[in-house]
Design a protein around this ligand. Structure first.
Ligand SMILES: Cc1cc2nc3c(=O)[nH]c(=O)nc-3n(C[C@H](O)[C@H](O)[C@H](O)COP(=O)(O)OP(=O)(O)OC[C@H]3O[C@@H](n4cnc5c(N)ncnc54)[C@H](O)[C@@H]3O)c2cc1C
Length: 392
C-alpha cells in the first residue's frame, strides 16, 4: 500500500472546502490537509460576503429534498460553535401576475408543497400590510416563508475552519494545487511550489477554478464563470430595514432580483442572479461595473424607495456553472479517490451539508442524502452537444 502524507487533501478553503474539512475531522479523520491558493477568507472566490439567501423553495425537487438537511446542518453548527451563522428573518418571493415571474413563483411553491414546507400565499394588500416598504401597483403573487433567511457565509467559513483546526486539520494557505494524479490506491496532489502530497483521497472544492484541477481526472464538462455583482445601499429610513422589520426577498421575472435587510453593513444588499457577464480568470475584474449598480439602484428606487439612499459599495463575485447549472457532488468517473463538489453559483445555503456529504463520500463511499441528480457522469456533463442553461 502506498504510504501517504495525509488521509485526505482538500483543494480549496471556500465555504464548501472549509465545511468538508470540518466534517472529515468530525468523522474521525485525524490527518486532513487543506490547500488554498490565496489567504484564508480571501475575496476572490464566491464565499466572502455577509449574507447568502437560504430557503426551502426551489425550482426543482432535487434541491427541495435537501433543504431541510441544509437547515439542520446549520442549526447543528450554531449549537456546536455558538456562532450565529443562520438568521431566519422570514422571506418573500414576489412575481407579477401574468408574467414569467408568476410561473416561477408557482414552480417554487410546488416544491414547497411536494416537500411539505409551510408558507403563506399573499396578495398585494397582505404584503403592503406586513411589509409597507414595497411599492407594487401591479397585481402580484407572493409567497411568504417563515424559515427563509440568510446564511452569514463569511462567518460560516471561518467557523468551519476554526472547528476543523481544533480537531487537528491543517490549513496551508497560499498553496496552489496544480495537478491531481490518481495512483493505484492513493492520489498525489502536485503543488505550484514543485512539491506534492500523497493522500488516500482528495476533495476538489475549487469553485470556479475546478477545471484547472479536474481536467486530468475524468472531467468531461467545462465550467462557465460569470462575474456577478452585489451592491450595498444605505436606506433613507434605516429602522424600516432591520431584519426584524424587513425580510430576505426574491423578485422573480425575466430578471431575478434578490436582497437582504440591513446585515453585516449598515446597509441593505441587492443583486440580480446571473448577470450573463461570462469571464475567465484572466478577464474577471474586481472592479464593480457602474451600469450594474445603476440597474440595481433603479430597481430599489422603483420598488423599495426608502431603501434607495446612497451606495455604500458594490463588489464583484463569481459563479462556477456546469452546463446545466446543477451541483456536482460525486467521485470523478474512473477516479474513485477524487471527490468533487461544485456549487454552480447557488450552494452557500447548502455549504455545510455539502461538507457533510463530501466527507461521507470519502469515508463511506456513499451518502444517505439524495444526490443522484448531481452525478458527475450525467448527460448534461458528458454530452458535448448539451446546450448550456443557466437560469434557476
Ligand atoms: C454574488 C453571489 C451571490 C450568491 N448568492 C447566493 C445565495 O443567495 N444563496 C446561495 O445559496 N448561494 C449563493 N451564491 C453561491 C455561493 O456563494 C457559492 O455557491 C459558494 O460560496 C461556493 O463555495 P465554494 O467553496 O465552492 O467556492 P469558493 O468560495 O470560490 O472556493 C473555492 C476555493 O478554492 C480555492 N482554489 C481554487 N483552485 C485552487 C487550487 N488549484 N489550489 C488551491 N486552492 C484553490 C479558491 O481560491 C477558493 O478559495 C452566490 C454567489 C455569488 C457570487
Amino acid at each position: 500500500m502506498t504510504a501517504v502524507d495525509a488521509q485526505t487533501v482538500v483543494v480549496g478553503a471556500g465555504a464548501i472546502g472549509s465545511a468538508t474539512a470540518y466534517w472529515l475531522a468530525e468523522r474521525g479523520q485525524k490527518d486532513v490537509l487543506v490547500v488554498e491558493q490565496y489567504d484564508l477568507g480571501h475575496g476572490n472566490g464566491a464565499s466572502q460576503d455577509h449574507s447568502r439567501a437560504i430557503r426551502h423553495s426551489y425550482h426543482d425537487n432535487a434541491y427541495g429534498r435537501l433543504t431541510q438537511a441544509a437547515f439542520d446542518n446549520w442549526d447543528r453548527l450554531v449549537a456546536e460553535s455558538g456562532q450565529q451563522v443562520l438568521l431566519r428573518t422570514g422571506g418573500v418571493e414576489i412575481g407579477l401576475k401574468g408574467t414569467e415571474g408568476e410561473e416561477m413563483i408557482a414552480r417554487y411553491r410546488k416544491v414547497l408543497d411536494d416537500q411539505g414546507h409551510a408558507y403563506e400565499r399573499w396578495d398585494n394588500a397582505r404584503l403592503a400590510e406586513r411589509y409597507p416598504q414595497w411599492r407594487i401597483d401591479e397585481p402580484a403573487d407572493v409567497t411568504y416563508s417563515r424559515d427563509m433567511g440568510l446564511v452569514d457565509i463569511g462567518k460560516a467559513g471561518q467557523t468551519h475552519r476554526a472547528l476543523a483546526a481544533a480537531l487537528g486539520v491543517t490549513f496551508r494557505p497560499r498553496t496552489r494545487a496544480v495537478r491531481v494524479e490518481s495512483l493505484a490506491d492513493a492520489v498525489r496532489v502536485h503543488t505550484a511550489d514543485g512539491g506534492s502530497v500523497v493522500a488516500r483521497h482528495v476533495v476538489v472544492a475549487a469553485g470556479a477554478w475546478s477545471d484547472d484541477i479536474l481536467a486530468e481526472v475524468g472531467q468531461t464538462w467545462r465550467t462557465t464563470i460569470s462575474q456577478e455583482q452585489v451592491a450595498y445601499f444605505v436606506p433613507r429610513v434605516l429602522r424600516d430595514f432591520t431584519p426584524e422589520a424587513f425580510p430576505v426577498w426574491g423578485w422573480y421575472g425575466p430578471t431575478l432580483f434578490y436582497g437582504f435587510p440591513v446585515y453585516g453593513e449598515v446597509a441593505v444588499k441587492i443583486a440580480r442572479d446571473m448577470s450573463g457577464r461570462f469571464v475567465t480568470h484572466e478577464t474577471r475584474s474586481m472592479e464593480p461595473v457602474a451600469e450594474e449598480t445603476e440597474l440595481l439602484e433603479a430597481f430599489l428606487r422603483e420598488r423599495l424607495p426608502d431603501a434607495a439612499g446612497f451606495e455604500l459599495y458594490s463588489k464583484t463575485c463569481i459563479y462556477d456553472m456546469p452546463p446545466d447549472r446543477n451541483f456536482v457532488i460525486d467521485a470523478m468517473p474512473g477516479h474513485p479517490r477524487v471527490v468533487v463538489g461544485v456549487g454552480a453559483g447557488h450552494a452557500a445555503k447548502f455549504a455545510g451539508l455539502f461538507g457533510e456529504i463530501l466527507s461521507q463520500l470519502v469515508v463511506e463511499g456513499r451518502s444517505q442524502h439524495p444526490i443522484e441528480a448531481f452525478a458527475a457522469d450525467r448527460p448534461a456533463l458528458t454530452d458535448p452537444s448539451f446546450r448550456p442553461v443557466f437560469g434557476l
